[in-house]
Design a protein around this ligand. Structure first.
Ligand SMILES: *[C@@H]1O[C@H](CO)[C@@H](O)[C@H](O)[C@H]1NC(C)=O
Ligand SMILES: *[C@@H]1O[C@H](CO)[C@@H](O)[C@H](O)[C@H]1NC(C)=O
Ligand SMILES: *[C@@H]1O[C@H](CO)[C@@H](O)[C@H](O)[C@H]1NC(C)=O
Length: 662
């Protein structure tokens, strides 16, 4: 959120960090106000970090007390921003999460699919940890609102081919926002699928599988279909500024597909599109890593004009956290060497960017923001960035303690050296003194990020979006819902409260090579949106175990990949129309759109995978559709083929057809 779309890049930074040299007096006083964590850094004995006992740590106590005070404030202000009854959300529809009550400068009086999903994932995780009937009502209202929203046609499109699900924001009464914007944003559907899957899994484990299947799954299914169909298309990043491929979007897509496949199995159904595409999404995800600098380049396929060092990547590590896969780097787990190296590079990019960080030495937490080149409100630290930077470290500590060791690799060594200069590469077991030193230092470093945020609150603990890079004064949207959610999840992780994983164990294997598999989805508006009463905790319910699917349940479904070599003009789209119902039954208005993600002038390839019934005789043609809707048909004859025979039980049948434009 918070962007104005593409036009932002045309503003040049009007504040240049190097222009903000502070007078000595200011530097001294800022050290004072930076509080216990920073003061400790300056006056502490050399090696203090090595010896600090977490319990006795003065920084820890200060963060303990911040969390105690801030937690009830954050909960109450977060819930204020959710309709219909939230104290700051008057006029918002039932279950609608308003981004911020701010209606001018900036106007955030909208609901963003991304923000709302992240907030709801936090709410569901809390609810799962500690049942609350009012929270459950909020979750159910949200699900009903999203079922409705999925059917609202908007400038990104409609539900028929899923395209409308990529619309980033809506009015708070669930009507479309028709103004100019950076659209589509493809992280919304996977993030919403994740939020809903969390609740569906709670329902299943408490004996309410029918509710999960009849009410929640139809909504999730649309979002998973969208993700499997569009993951390999460009879109705008989470800051709504960069068109291209965003690391956060791709990683969120991967998680949603894996979690969705596991959920489908639990529900006794299947998401074959999830199983088919997920490995290739993860494969593509690997290409954002810049090994020469040891960090994630957050925006590629168009975003390369920035360094790519971006909060995008820190948010990815915390939102794809699965404690069951340890420090796996393929899925960018918080404690992986890649994610820790990236944390350092990201944090260091702000050390000299913000005047407020002046005088804070390397190895101590600083104020962090979205990315150093940010010019939105002149570019400032964001509260949620500080919480996320802390949360990644708390997650890491949680896993090291659970696994009973920490491994320092040559890649993560610079991260650890900032905290413990004498550390060497190696694996340190839980009973070694070095293990304790590392865990204490990383935890304290995390606390530093919380402590910095704690120093610049608004009145009564209010959290805006940003705080001023020079003065720390709260800025931009007041009471940003996401700021409160980010605080609450960081506080939970710090307390060792972590959500269940998302089956990453089953989804972390890379294919032998990356492919652009995009599966045309079937979309239908979810209509059963009222929840039965009394879905209260029922721990005695024993959900039947459902193994993660490795085979296809429906042997009659064949994944047919259509490839057309069709040279097109800018604005033209290639579609596929044919005799099968899945191909629109010759109605060009229901034709299937192909993807140009592999298109180049040397190889004008358009392709899409469509699930078809085994053994069917099919006729079809490619058509070119202009931006004005004008349709140009291929010449006769019709193309024809017979869909392959059903696979042997457990097999996954697939075939490829197509050719050059005729
Ligand atoms: C659970 O939530 C209730 C409020 O609904 C709160 O009073 C209680 O302290 C919470 N318990 C835990 C263990 O977090
Ligand atoms: C699509 O996937 C391929 C293969 O991983 C990758 O090279 C390409 O950059 C991706 N494009 C987009 C827009 O996701
Ligand atoms: C192609 O199929 C359509 C729809 O069945 C039919 O009307 C048309 O005659 C076919 N074209 C040829 C050349 O057979």
């Amino acid at each position: 959120m918070a962007g104005f779309g593409v036009q932002l890049h045309h503003h040049l930074p009007s504040v240049n960090a190097s222009g903000l040299v502070l007078p000595a007096m200011h530097a001294l006083s800022s050290l004072f106000v930076l509080g216990t964590c920073a003061v400790q850094a300056v006056v502490g004995h050399p090696g203090a970090a090595l010896r600090s006992k977490r319990e006795g740590d003065i920084c820890k106590r200060s963060v303990d007390s911040y969390i105690e005070t801030q937690t009830p404030i954050a909960w109450s202000k977060l819930l204020c921003n959710i309709g219909p009854n939230g104290c700051a959300a008057s006029g918002a529809g039932s279950g609608v999460v308003v981004a911020s009550p701010s209606k001018t400068d900036p106007d955030y009086w909208y609901t963003w699919t991304r923000d709302a999903s992240l907030v709801l994932t936090g709410i569901v995780d809390s609810f799962v940890h500690n049942y609350s009937a009012p929270l459950q009502t909020t979750i159910q209202n949200y699900i009903a609102s999203q079922a409705k929203l999925q059917g609202v046609s908007n400038p990104s499109g409609g539900l028929a081919n899923g395209a409308g699900l990529g619309e980033p924001k809506f009015m708070v009464d669930l009507t479309q926002y028709s103004g100019e914007w950076g659209r589509p944003q493809r992280d919304g559907p996977p993030l919403r699928a994740i939020a809903l899957s969390r609740y569906a899994r709670w329902l299943i484990s408490n004996g309410y599988k029918d509710t999960a299947k009849n009410v929640v799954w139809p909504v999730i299914q649309n979002d998973l279909a969208y993700t499997a169909q569009y993951w390999n298309e460009t879109g705008f990043d989470l800051w709504e500024e960069v068109p291209g491929s965003s690391f956060f979007t791709i990683a969120s897509s991967h998680r949603a597909l894996v979690e969705g496949a596991a959920l489908a199995a639990q529900l006794g159904t299947e998401c074959r599109a999830c199983i088919t595409t997920a490995p290739h999404v993860l494969c593509f995800q690997q290409s954002f890593w810049k090994s020469s600098g040891g960090y994630i380049v957050s925006n590629i396929n168009g975003g390369e004009y920035r360094s790519g060092k971006d909060l995008n990547s820190i948010l990815t590590s915390i939102h794809t956290f699965d404690p069951a896969v340890g420090c796996d780097a393929t899925t960018f787990q918080p404690c992986s060497d890649k994610a820790l190296s990236n944390h350092k590079v990201y944090v260091d990019s702000f050390r000299s960017t913000y005047a407020i960080n002046s005088g804070i030495p390397q190895g101590k937490a600083v104020a962090v923001g979205r990315y150093a080149e940010d010019v939105y409100y002149k570019g400032n630290p964001w509260y949620l960035a500080n919480y996320a930077a802390a949360e990644q470290l708390y997650d890491a500590v949680f896993v090291w303690e659970k696994e009973g060791s920490v491994t320092v690799t040559s890649l993560s060594l610079p991260f650890f050296r900032d905290l413990i200069p004498s550390i060497a590469t190696g694996t340190y077991a839980k009973d070694s003194p070095v293990f304790k030193t590392i865990v204490d230092a990383v935890f304290a470093y995390g606390d530093g990020f919380m402590e910095i945020a704690s120093q610049y609150p608004g009145a009564g603990g209010a959290l805006a979006e940003q705080y001023d890079r020079a003065t720390g004064k709260p800025l931009s949207a007041a009471d940003l819902t996401w700021s409160y959610a980010a605080f609450l999840s960081a506080a939970d992780r710090r307390a060792g409260i972590v959500p269940a994983g998302w089956s990453a164990e089953n989804g972390k294997t890379l294919p032998s090579s990356c492919a652009r598999v995009q599966v045309a989805g079937a979309y239908a508006q979810a209509t059963a949106t009222s929840f039965p009463a009394n879905q209260t905790p029922n721990p005695a319910a024993e959900p039947a175990p459902a193994p993660f699917p490795s085979t296809c349940a429906n042997a009659n479904e064949v994944y047919v990949t259509f490839e057309g070599k069709v040279t097109t003009q800018w604005g033209q789209t290639v579609k596929l129309v044919g005799s099968a119902a899945e191909l629109g039954a010759w109605n060009v208005a229901k034709a299937v759109t192909l993807s140009a993600s592999a298109y180049s002038s040397g190889n004008p390839l358009w392709s899409i995978t469509v699930p078809l019934k085994a053994g069917t005789a099919v006729q079809y043609k490619f058509v070119k559709v202009g931006s004005d809707g004008a349709v140009q048909w291929e010449a006769d004859p019709n193309r024809s083929f017979t869909v392959a025979a059903a696979a042997a039980a457990g097999g996954c049948a697939a075939q490829k057809v197509g050719g050059s434009w005729q």
